[in-house]
Ligand binder design. Structure first.
Ligand SMILES: Cc1ncc(COP(=O)(O)O)c(C=O)c1O
Length: 551
């Protein structure tokens, strides 16, 4: 008994009509038609503003009131403790600033290594302005919060403990009650980012005792809207940044500046009604656990997983790698098979990224509208990709420092009469346009092209994709350097950067070479962090050009 009738659920989403399987919920969910309809209906029936005596204005007021009531119910809070904002990040900047008015130089804020930066950056900015100290609480090796470290860092200077109720990178849940109790013991407040918790588990805020909680409706089938909750006495003690005639009551509303996004609130109410109608958060949690168990059981055994091993203590967000398969290749292949997952570097979780150093990884997020068949399709493709990992096969070896690059395959206009390069060259490969990382890389090289030229370098972008898509890409981004189309894959093969996925085709790795003028490889980079990589390539290239010069 799952508690969620997933076929009936899916019938309510036009977006889920086709065969595409969405496993990108941590980035944002699909939305049932009734939410879009409610937004349109609100605009038809309740446009204008609150405050007038006639029915249209009363209708606007009713929409806002209902949204506030449903938000309160959803979190187990009371109506006057609800605060709406543009999104979680904006709301967090607003509320932390407001709270900041009560702080003085030397006060301390604790954040954690598990946090999304939306719950770290606001405190760092505030700290700069008010001379506060932000301290980072560590995680244990299994990605759970290190409560010993939290206790060690708490002191009578601590004013707030900001933490993620569930981590957007690896899904780890933090015991919010325990954080709140520890914070309260030193007179600090507990400040939870529930953006990735709210879509998966029921919240009972008074029971948990957290003082401020923030979440975001587009992560649970609603429109883009930030929702906050603050303990009433706390909210009443803060001095809001507000227009003077704007009302002070209810307590939460004093932090909402200007007119409300009334149509969005109409959509938000529809989303909450939708979640209730399919069984509520308990039923959703039970169904998602079944999906997550199936997913874990179906993963190829060689999968490298980051985070907790089982479905316990987590929401269904998984970060992983397949040995020998670059994540950007994997997600491109998955997309071609009608499966949407992300590859990325830090996922805005800078603290955990620094600690676990996964480089680039695949993030799979499960939502209640996923089916067991979709999970099976996902794990089948992942298994097949792992079995076809290029590392398992004999590949032509990648050229290393000192090796001769296949200069004959580079265009003649880069060379002098004797066949040497006019200037040292940077040759970078990108697998195919459309993958996030290679696009970012091409854009970053393009943005920095003048610096490469100024440093005395030639810049060559080479792809295994068709000529046309790259010419178009070049035009769109104003690329002004040599672009090779390598559809026959000769250059990539000769440089040893092809990755053969068997039935899944061939991709070029994201590899960058620095060549001296004689055509020998001076340095090689496997691209992981595009921005850092391009900067490194430029530094090394400029050094080489300074010693070698150009003709
Ligand atoms: C854990 C977490 N916190 C905060 C945010 C930021 O939310 P918003 O986009 O509503 O600002 C996200 C977005 O992905 C998130 O996953």
């Amino acid at each position: 008994m799952t508690g969620v009738d997933v076929d009936a659920v899916r019938a309510r989403f036009s977006a889920l009509n086709g065969s595409f399987a969405f496993f990108d919920a941590p980035g944002g969910t699909q939305v049932p038609d009734e939410v879009g309809d409610a937004i349109a209906r609100t605009m038809r029936q309740a446009s204008g503003n609150v405050g007038a005596v006639y029915p249209a204005s009363k209708a606007v007021e009713a929409v806002a009131n209902e949204a506030r009531q449903l938000a309160a119910q959803f979190a187990g809070a009371s109506v006057d403790e609800v605060i709406f904002g543009a999104n979680m990040t904006s709301l967090n900047f607003t509320l932390s600033r407001t709270f900041g008015r009560t702080l003085k130089a030397g006060d301390e804020i604790l954040v954690t290594r598990l946090d999304h930066d939306a719950n770290v950056a606001p405190w760092l900015e505030l700290a700069k302005d008010k001379n506060l100290m932000v301290r980072h609480v560590d995680v244990l090796s299994d990605t759970t919060l290190d409560f010993d470290d939290l206790q060690a860092k708490l002191s009578d200077r601590t004013r707030a403990v900001a933490f993620p109720w569930a981590a957007n990178s690896v899904g780890t849940i933090t015991d919010a009650r325990r954080v709140a109790d520890l914070a309260h013991q030193v007179g600090a407040i507990a400040w939870a980012d529930a953006v990735q918790y709210a879509p998966h588990l029921p919240m009972d805020l008074p029971a948990v005792g957290v003082d401020v909680v923030l979440f975001s409706a587009y992560k649970f089938c609603g429109p883009h809207l930030g929702i906050g909750y603050g303990r009433r006495d706390l909210l009443e003690s803060w001095a809001p940044y507000k227009a003077r005639p704007a009302p002070l009551h209810p307590a939460g509303a004093r932090f909402e500046t200007g007119s409300m996004p009334i149509e969005t609130l109409g959509g938000f109410s529809a989303a909450i009604r939708y979640l209730t109608s399919i069984g509520g958060m308990n039923a959703i949690a039970a169904w998602e656990k079944e999906l997550a168990s199936r997913f874990l059981a179906g993963l190829p055994e060689e999968t490298i997983r980051y985070g907790l091993a089982s479905t316990e203590g987590r929401v269904p967000i998984f970060l992983l790698n397949l040995p020998g398969v670059p994540p950007a290749d994997a997600v491109l292949r998955l997309a071609e098979h009608g499966i949407g997952v992300w590859s990325g570097t830090n996922y805005y979780s800078l603290g955990l990224y620094e600690r676990l150093a996964w480089g680039e990884a695949i993030r799979v997020g499960i939502a209640h509208y996923n089916t067991l068949d979709e999970i099976d399709k996902l794990t089948e493709v992942l298994t097949s990709l792992a079995r076809h990992a290029p590392g398992r096969k004999s590949q032509s070896p990648q050229l290393g420092p000192g090796d001769m690059f296949p200069l004959d395959l580079l265009p003649d206009d880069l060379k002098d009469n004797a066949g040497a390069l006019e200037r040292p060259a940077v040759v970078y490969f990108y697998p195919k346009d459309g993958t996030d990382t290679c696009t970012r890389q091409a854009v970053e090289f393009s943005r920095r092209a003048p610096q490469f030229f100024e440093a005395g370098l030639a810049l060559v972008g080479a792809s295994v994709d068709t000529a046309d898509s790259h010419r178009e890409f070049a035009e769109e981004h104003g690329l002004s350097f040599t672009l090779l189309s390598d559809e026959d894959q000769r250059l990539a093969a000769a440089a040893g950067v092809l990755r053969d996925y068997g039935e899944y085709g061939t991709l070029a790795g994201r590899v960058t070479f620095l060549l001296d003028r004689s055509g020998h490889v001076s340095q090689v980079w496997e691209v992981e962090d595009v921005i850092a990589n391009v900067a490194d390539v430029l530094t090394a290239g400029a050094k080489l050009a300074a010693t070698e010069g150009s003709k």
